[in-house]
Write a protein that binds this ligand. Structure first.
Ligand SMILES: *[C@@H]1O[C@H](CO)[C@@H](O)[C@H](O)[C@H]1NC(C)=O
Length: 202
C-alpha cells in the first residue's frame, strides 16, 4: 500500500467507528453492550443490536432520577416500598401551578407500573381529590382516553413525563378555573396494602 492509500483506509476506519459511536449515542444501534445501567456508555467491544432497555434497568434509572429531584421541586416521585423487587408501586406529588385554582395545593398520586411497563403506561390515580377533566371523579383515576400521554403511550415516556404533563394540564384553560373539592380531602379508597398485594402476584 502506498502511504496515500493507507491514509485513505485510515480515514475510512476512523470515520466508520465515529459513525457507529454516533449511532450508539443517539440510541439507534449498539456498538457497546448493556453492561452499564446507563446503557449508552457500557463498553464490551461486542456489536449488539438490542437497544431495548429491559424493564428493571429502566425502573432503576427512573428511581435514580426521582431521588435526585426534578426541576424546581414542584413535581416529585419515589418508590413506595424499597423492598419491592418489581418496583411496581410509586407515589408522585405535584404542587399546583401558580395562577390557577390549584396554586399551592399538594396533590398526591399513585402510579402503578405492572410487568408490561414501560411498553404499556402505568395506571395513574389521584389520591388527593381533584376536579380535572381527565380525572374520574369517583375513583381519581386519570382516564387514558382523556389524557393523550397515556392514550398515545410511547416507551420513552417516563413517570416524570406523566407528572409534568399533568401539572401542565392543571394550567390549561379547561382546568385552571374548575371548582375544586375542599382541601385536605384525601381519600383512602385503595390502601397501600392492596397495591402491595397486586404487586406480589405479578
Ligand atoms: C368540577 O367542575 C365543574 C365545572 O366547574 C363543576 O360543575 C363540578 O361541580 C365540579 N366538581 C366538584 C367536585 O367540585
Amino acid at each position: 500500500m502506498t502511504s496515500e492509500e493507507s491514509r485513505v483506509v485510515g480515514t475510512i476506519s476512523v470515520a466508520s467507528v465515529a459513525f457507529l459511536v454516533v449511532l450508539t449515542f443517539i440510541g439507534k444501534f449498539c456498538l457497546f453492550c448493556l453492561i452499564s445501567r446507563v446503557h449508552r456508555v457500557g463498553f464490551c467491544g461486542i456489536v449488539c443490536f438490542d437497544m431495548v432497555v429491559p424493564r428493571n434497568f429502566r425502573m432503576l434509572e427512573e428511581l435514580e432520577r426521582g431521588e435526585k429531584g426534578i426541576g424546581d421541586g414542584t413535581v416529585s416521585y419515589g418508590m413506595d416500598d424499597a423492598d419491592d423487587i418489581y418496583m411496581c408501586s410509586w407515589t408522585g406529588t405535584i404542587i399546583g401551578p401558580q395562577n390557577t385554582v390549584h396554586e399551592g395545593r399538594i396533590y398526591q398520586l399513585k402510579l402503578y407500573c405492572d410487568k408490561d411497563y414501560p411498553d404499556k403506561p402505568p395506571t395513574v390515580r389521584f389520591q388527593t381529590r381533584i376536579n380535572m377533566t381527565c380525572v374520574n371523579q369517583e375513583t381519581g383515576m386519570v382516564e387514558p382516553g382523556l389524557f393523550p400521554m397515556l392514550a398515545n403511550w410511547q416507551r420513552e415516556y417516563t413517570m416524570e413525563d406523566i407528572l409534568m404533563s399533568l401539572k401542565k394540564e392543571m394550567s390549561s384553560p379547561q382546568n385552571r378555573k374548575l371548582h375544586q373539592p375542599p382541601e385536605g380531602s384525601d381519600d383512602q379508597r385503595m390502601e397501600q396494602k392492596d397495591l402491595a398485594q397486586r404487586c406480589a402476584i405479578l
